[in-house]
Every structure is written in C-alpha cells, then in structure tokens.
Ligand binder design. Sequence first.
Ligand code: C2G
Length: 138
Amino acid sequence: MKKIITYGTYDLLHRGHINLLKRAKAMGDYLIVGLSSDEFNAIKHKKSFYAYEERKLVLEAIRYVDEVIPEHNWEQKERDIIDHGIDVFVMGDDWEGKFDHLADLCEVVYLPRTEGVSTTETKAHLRLTESSNVEFTE
Ligand code: C2G
C-alpha cells in the first residue's frame, strides 16, 4: 500500500483544497492529512474560522482522505513519515523547496496551487460585504 501524507489548516474548505487532496490521493492508495491544531495555527500566524475538531470532521468526510492526524509543530514531519510508513510527502507549490530535506525519508512532491481561491481572500471578501450590507440596511 502506497501511503501519502500532506499537511495544512484546511479551514473553510474550497476547490483549491479539494484539488490538492484529490491529486495527492491519486499518487497512492492511502492519504493521511496532518491537520494543523489551533495552537499550531497561532504559531503559523493563522486564525482559522473553524476549530480543529470541526475541520477534522469535515476532512474525514472527504472521499480522498483516509486518516487525519494532528499537526502540532514544524518538526513532527520526519517522525510522522517514519511512524506511518509514508512513501510520498505532498504539498502545494507555495511551499516549493521548504520541505526538500524530507527527501531523505520519502519522495517529496509540490503540486501547482489552484489559482483564484484562498481562505484568506474569502474571509476578506466576507468582511467587506458584511460591513457594506450593514451600511445599506441602515
Ligand atoms: N492549496 C492549493 N491551492 C489553493 C489553496 C491551498 O493547492 N488555492 C493547498 C496548499 O498549497 C496546501 C493545502 O492546500 O498544500 C492546504 O492549504 P492551507 O490550509 O492554507 O495550509 P497551510 O497554511 O499552507 O499549512 O506544515 C505545513 C503547513 O501546515 C501548511
């Protein structure tokens, strides 16, 4: 069984996330997602809309995802790859080069990001429309 792993926050899921998970799963038979904990998001200077348990519930419902484990820190990837017998580590290419050191343990693949969508942009758009609606109704 060819095992794949990828990591991320996966908040407010969109087609970019799904495209990544779909392509990652297509590279093997079993896909593990290292899901960033709320505490690790703070370290990444990210604040997710949904808490870890919600984001985990959603990810586990996706047909491409076989297992979700918590991502607590930057350093756990080596241990995860060894403990889970990972063959391929996959990330979107906004991370190009950042995890090349893992090539000692498994194949490292960076996949093209899906353009035109991001959780950050979605949240900014919602803030804008929300504030404009408030002005309109008043
Ligand atoms: N992604 C993508 N296209 C987008 C947005 C995201 O392909 N339009 C990919 C990212 O490249 C990443 C995955 O979807 O591989 C998850 O993205 P995030 O939830 O933003 O995760 P990130 O904050 O990049 O965390 O240790 C690694 C980090 O936990 C990665």
